[in-house]
Design a protein around this ligand. Structure first.
Ligand SMILES: [Zn+2]
Length: 282
Protein backbone atom coordinates (compact mmCIF):
# COMPACT_ATOMS: atom_id res chain seq x y z
CA UNK A 1 0.00 0.00 0.00
CA UNK A 2 1.16 3.53 -0.74
CA UNK A 3 2.43 5.55 2.26
CA UNK A 4 -0.47 7.78 3.35
CA UNK A 5 1.69 10.28 5.29
CA UNK A 6 3.75 12.31 2.83
CA UNK A 7 6.39 14.92 3.73
CA UNK A 8 5.24 18.46 3.04
CA UNK A 9 7.64 20.42 0.91
CA UNK A 10 9.91 22.70 2.99
CA UNK A 11 7.54 22.49 5.94
CA UNK A 12 7.92 20.56 9.19
CA UNK A 13 5.11 18.04 8.90
CA UNK A 14 3.69 15.10 6.98
CA UNK A 15 0.37 15.43 5.15
CA UNK A 16 -2.36 12.82 5.23
CA UNK A 17 -2.34 13.32 1.53
CA UNK A 18 -5.29 11.29 0.24
CA UNK A 19 -7.70 12.85 2.68
CA UNK A 20 -6.53 16.39 1.93
CA UNK A 21 -6.93 15.72 -1.79
CA UNK A 22 -10.35 14.13 -1.44
CA UNK A 23 -11.72 16.72 0.97
CA UNK A 24 -10.91 20.31 0.03
CA UNK A 25 -10.81 22.53 3.13
CA UNK A 26 -9.45 19.73 5.34
CA UNK A 27 -5.98 19.74 6.89
CA UNK A 28 -4.64 16.56 8.48
CA UNK A 29 -1.14 15.41 9.31
CA UNK A 30 1.68 14.85 11.75
CA UNK A 31 4.59 17.11 12.67
CA UNK A 32 8.29 16.20 12.58
CA UNK A 33 10.93 17.18 15.16
CA UNK A 34 12.83 19.79 13.18
CA UNK A 35 12.01 23.35 12.17
CA UNK A 36 11.13 24.87 15.56
CA UNK A 37 12.71 26.94 18.33
CA UNK A 38 12.94 24.54 21.31
CA UNK A 39 16.37 23.70 22.72
CA UNK A 40 17.92 20.40 23.85
CA UNK A 41 16.51 17.87 24.66
CA UNK A 42 13.37 19.19 22.97
CA UNK A 43 15.16 20.31 19.83
CA UNK A 44 13.44 21.72 18.02
CA UNK A 45 9.77 21.52 16.92
CA UNK A 46 8.37 20.31 20.26
CA UNK A 47 4.57 20.54 20.43
CA UNK A 48 4.09 19.27 24.01
CA UNK A 49 3.58 21.65 26.95
CA UNK A 50 3.66 18.78 29.46
CA UNK A 51 7.25 17.56 29.00
CA UNK A 52 9.25 20.29 30.78
CA UNK A 53 10.14 22.47 27.80
CA UNK A 54 9.96 26.27 28.01
CA UNK A 55 6.23 26.96 27.41
CA UNK A 56 7.07 30.09 25.42
CA UNK A 57 9.03 27.95 22.94
CA UNK A 58 6.19 25.45 22.63
CA UNK A 59 3.70 28.21 21.94
CA UNK A 60 5.98 29.67 19.25
CA UNK A 61 6.21 26.21 17.66
CA UNK A 62 2.44 25.72 17.77
CA UNK A 63 1.87 29.15 16.26
CA UNK A 64 4.35 28.29 13.49
CA UNK A 65 2.40 25.13 12.67
CA UNK A 66 -0.91 27.03 12.64
CA UNK A 67 0.67 29.56 10.30
CA UNK A 68 2.01 26.83 7.99
CA UNK A 69 -1.50 25.37 7.86
CA UNK A 70 -3.08 28.82 7.44
CA UNK A 71 -5.31 27.97 10.37
CA UNK A 72 -5.93 30.60 13.09
CA UNK A 73 -4.00 29.68 16.26
CA UNK A 74 -7.16 30.46 18.27
CA UNK A 75 -8.68 27.32 16.68
CA UNK A 76 -6.04 25.01 18.19
CA UNK A 77 -7.70 22.58 20.65
CA UNK A 78 -6.12 19.89 22.78
CA UNK A 79 -6.63 17.70 25.82
CA UNK A 80 -4.71 16.37 28.78
CA UNK A 81 -3.81 12.87 27.56
CA UNK A 82 -3.90 10.16 30.22
CA UNK A 83 -3.58 6.88 28.24
CA UNK A 84 -7.29 6.22 28.74
CA UNK A 85 -10.12 5.57 26.32
CA UNK A 86 -12.39 8.55 26.94
CA UNK A 87 -13.60 10.35 23.81
CA UNK A 88 -14.98 13.87 23.92
CA UNK A 89 -16.91 15.99 21.41
CA UNK A 90 -15.50 19.48 20.81
CA UNK A 91 -18.00 22.24 20.04
CA UNK A 92 -15.76 25.29 20.53
CA UNK A 93 -12.06 25.66 19.70
CA UNK A 94 -9.20 27.08 21.72
CA UNK A 95 -8.67 24.76 24.71
CA UNK A 96 -5.13 24.16 25.92
CA UNK A 97 -3.31 26.02 23.17
CA UNK A 98 -1.11 28.24 25.37
CA UNK A 99 -1.16 26.54 28.75
CA UNK A 100 -2.15 23.37 30.52
CA UNK A 101 -4.54 25.43 32.64
CA UNK A 102 -7.42 25.22 30.19
CA UNK A 103 -6.88 21.89 28.40
CA UNK A 104 -9.79 19.49 28.01
CA UNK A 105 -9.37 17.27 31.07
CA UNK A 106 -8.31 13.61 31.01
CA UNK A 107 -9.22 12.75 27.42
CA UNK A 108 -7.38 10.83 24.71
CA UNK A 109 -9.95 11.13 21.92
CA UNK A 110 -11.39 14.33 20.44
CA UNK A 111 -13.88 14.78 17.63
CA UNK A 112 -15.89 17.59 16.10
CA UNK A 113 -18.31 18.25 13.29
CA UNK A 114 -17.48 21.94 13.18
CA UNK A 115 -15.24 23.84 10.82
CA UNK A 116 -12.69 26.27 12.24
CA UNK A 117 -11.48 23.91 14.97
CA UNK A 118 -8.00 22.39 14.77
CA UNK A 119 -7.80 19.25 16.90
CA UNK A 120 -4.30 18.33 18.08
CA UNK A 121 -2.77 15.57 20.19
CA UNK A 122 0.80 14.71 21.13
CA UNK A 123 3.15 11.80 20.53
CA UNK A 124 6.57 10.31 20.98
CA UNK A 125 5.99 6.66 19.87
CA UNK A 126 2.28 6.22 20.72
CA UNK A 127 -0.10 5.65 17.81
CA UNK A 128 -2.14 8.55 16.38
CA UNK A 129 -5.51 7.51 14.95
CA UNK A 130 -7.34 9.79 12.53
CA UNK A 131 -11.06 9.52 11.74
CA UNK A 132 -13.33 11.10 9.16
CA UNK A 133 -16.99 10.59 8.36
CA UNK A 134 -17.54 11.79 4.78
CA UNK A 135 -21.31 12.13 5.32
CA UNK A 136 -21.47 14.29 8.44
CA UNK A 137 -17.99 15.77 8.10
CA UNK A 138 -17.16 14.66 11.64
CA UNK A 139 -13.42 14.37 12.22
CA UNK A 140 -11.55 12.82 15.13
CA UNK A 141 -8.15 12.12 16.65
CA UNK A 142 -7.30 9.43 19.16
CA UNK A 143 -4.07 8.88 21.10
CA UNK A 144 -3.35 5.16 21.41
CA UNK A 145 -0.30 3.97 23.31
CA UNK A 146 -0.41 0.39 24.48
CA UNK A 147 -2.84 1.25 27.28
CA UNK A 148 -5.26 3.16 25.06
CA UNK A 149 -4.94 0.50 22.38
CA UNK A 150 -5.87 -2.41 24.68
CA UNK A 151 -8.62 -0.23 26.19
CA UNK A 152 -9.89 -0.06 22.60
CA UNK A 153 -9.99 3.71 22.22
CA UNK A 154 -10.29 3.09 18.46
CA UNK A 155 -13.65 1.42 19.04
CA UNK A 156 -14.72 4.09 21.56
CA UNK A 157 -14.18 6.71 18.86
CA UNK A 158 -16.23 4.73 16.33
CA UNK A 159 -19.06 4.42 18.89
CA UNK A 160 -18.95 8.12 19.73
CA UNK A 161 -19.03 9.14 16.05
CA UNK A 162 -21.96 6.79 15.50
CA UNK A 163 -23.95 7.92 18.52
CA UNK A 164 -23.21 11.64 18.51
CA UNK A 165 -22.54 12.44 14.84
CA UNK A 166 -24.81 9.80 13.28
CA UNK A 167 -21.87 8.36 11.38
CA UNK A 168 -22.26 4.97 9.73
CA UNK A 169 -19.43 2.60 10.63
CA UNK A 170 -19.17 1.18 7.14
CA UNK A 171 -18.60 4.66 5.72
CA UNK A 172 -16.03 5.87 8.26
CA UNK A 173 -12.44 6.45 7.18
CA UNK A 174 -9.52 5.81 9.51
CA UNK A 175 -5.79 6.44 9.24
CA UNK A 176 -2.98 5.25 11.49
CA UNK A 177 -0.05 7.63 11.72
CA UNK A 178 3.69 7.65 12.51
CA UNK A 179 4.48 5.73 15.70
CA UNK A 180 6.80 3.05 17.04
CA UNK A 181 6.70 0.01 14.75
CA UNK A 182 6.69 -3.72 15.43
CA UNK A 183 10.39 -3.49 14.41
CA UNK A 184 11.27 -1.57 17.59
CA UNK A 185 8.54 -1.98 20.21
CA UNK A 186 9.52 -4.70 22.67
CA UNK A 187 7.15 -5.43 25.55
CA UNK A 188 7.03 -7.77 28.55
CA UNK A 189 4.55 -10.40 29.78
CA UNK A 190 2.66 -7.84 31.83
CA UNK A 191 1.68 -5.93 28.68
CA UNK A 192 1.17 -9.12 26.68
CA UNK A 193 -1.47 -10.35 29.12
CA UNK A 194 -3.58 -7.33 28.24
CA UNK A 195 -2.85 -7.54 24.53
CA UNK A 196 -4.25 -11.09 24.54
CA UNK A 197 -7.70 -9.85 25.55
CA UNK A 198 -7.73 -6.75 23.34
CA UNK A 199 -8.57 -8.24 19.94
CA UNK A 200 -9.61 -11.63 18.59
CA UNK A 201 -6.62 -12.03 16.24
CA UNK A 202 -4.03 -10.42 18.55
CA UNK A 203 -1.48 -13.13 17.66
CA UNK A 204 -1.01 -11.49 14.25
CA UNK A 205 0.55 -8.48 16.03
CA UNK A 206 3.11 -10.26 18.19
CA UNK A 207 6.47 -11.99 17.66
CA UNK A 208 8.47 -13.50 20.55
CA UNK A 209 11.89 -11.85 20.94
CA UNK A 210 13.21 -14.17 23.68
CA UNK A 211 13.48 -14.12 27.49
CA UNK A 212 9.73 -13.69 27.90
CA UNK A 213 9.65 -10.57 25.76
CA UNK A 214 7.76 -9.81 22.56
CA UNK A 215 7.81 -7.44 19.62
CA UNK A 216 4.39 -5.79 19.47
CA UNK A 217 2.93 -4.14 16.38
CA UNK A 218 0.56 -1.55 17.88
CA UNK A 219 -0.46 -0.22 14.49
CA UNK A 220 -1.58 -3.68 13.39
CA UNK A 221 -3.41 -4.18 16.70
CA UNK A 222 -5.30 -0.92 16.17
CA UNK A 223 -6.12 -2.02 12.62
CA UNK A 224 -7.64 -5.26 13.99
CA UNK A 225 -9.68 -3.30 16.55
CA UNK A 226 -10.93 -0.90 13.85
CA UNK A 227 -11.98 -3.89 11.73
CA UNK A 228 -13.78 -5.47 14.69
CA UNK A 229 -15.50 -2.12 15.26
CA UNK A 230 -16.97 -2.35 11.77
CA UNK A 231 -14.66 -0.15 9.68
CA UNK A 232 -14.24 -1.43 6.14
CA UNK A 233 -10.73 -2.79 5.38
CA UNK A 234 -10.39 -0.54 2.34
CA UNK A 235 -11.18 2.49 4.52
CA UNK A 236 -8.14 1.99 6.78
CA UNK A 237 -4.78 3.48 5.84
CA UNK A 238 -1.68 2.77 7.90
CA UNK A 239 1.76 4.34 7.86
CA UNK A 240 5.16 2.69 7.60
CA UNK A 241 6.96 5.55 9.42
CA UNK A 242 8.55 4.22 12.64
CA UNK A 243 9.35 6.94 15.19
CA UNK A 244 12.07 4.83 16.80
CA UNK A 245 13.83 3.93 13.52
CA UNK A 246 13.74 7.55 12.34
CA UNK A 247 14.94 9.72 15.22
CA UNK A 248 16.29 12.09 12.57
CA UNK A 249 12.65 12.98 11.88
CA UNK A 250 10.77 12.08 15.04
CA UNK A 251 11.01 12.25 18.82
CA UNK A 252 11.03 8.73 20.27
CA UNK A 253 10.35 8.20 23.96
CA UNK A 254 11.71 4.64 23.82
CA UNK A 255 14.84 5.46 21.85
CA UNK A 256 15.73 8.59 23.77
CA UNK A 257 14.58 7.59 27.25
CA UNK A 258 17.99 6.07 27.94
CA UNK A 259 19.79 9.40 28.17
CA UNK A 260 17.80 11.94 30.15
CA UNK A 261 14.41 10.31 29.83
CA UNK A 262 13.01 13.46 28.31
CA UNK A 263 12.26 14.40 24.76
CA UNK A 264 9.79 16.45 22.76
CA UNK A 265 6.44 15.56 21.27
CA UNK A 266 5.08 15.61 17.75
CA UNK A 267 1.49 16.71 17.10
CA UNK A 268 -1.15 14.97 15.08
CA UNK A 269 -3.66 17.46 13.78
CA UNK A 270 -6.93 17.55 11.86
CA UNK A 271 -9.35 20.36 11.11
CA UNK A 272 -11.72 21.82 8.56
CA UNK A 273 -10.67 25.27 7.46
CA UNK A 274 -13.96 25.27 5.59
CA UNK A 275 -16.37 22.52 4.70
CA UNK A 276 -17.55 24.25 1.57
CA UNK A 277 -17.33 21.77 -1.29
CA UNK A 278 -16.32 18.96 1.08
CA UNK A 279 -19.35 16.73 0.59
CA UNK A 280 -19.21 16.79 -3.19
CA UNK A 281 -15.74 15.31 -3.39
CA UNK A 282 -16.22 11.81 -1.99
ZN1 LIG B 1 11.38 0.74 14.03
Amino acid sequence: MREPFVMAQDRPFLHLQDWEHRFPGLVAGFTIRTGGVSEQPYESFNMGLHVGDDPAHVVVNRRMLAQHLQFPFEAWTCADQVHGNRVCQVTAGGAGRESLGDVIAATDGLFTEKEGILLASFYADCVPLFFLDPASGAIGLAHAGWKGTVARIAEEMVKALEQQSKAKREQLLAAIGPSIGGCCYEVDERIMEQVQTSARDWEQCVAPSGNGRYMLDLRKLNTLILLEAGISPDHIESTDWCTSCRTDLFFSHRKEAGAAGTTGRMASFIGWKTRKGASSSS
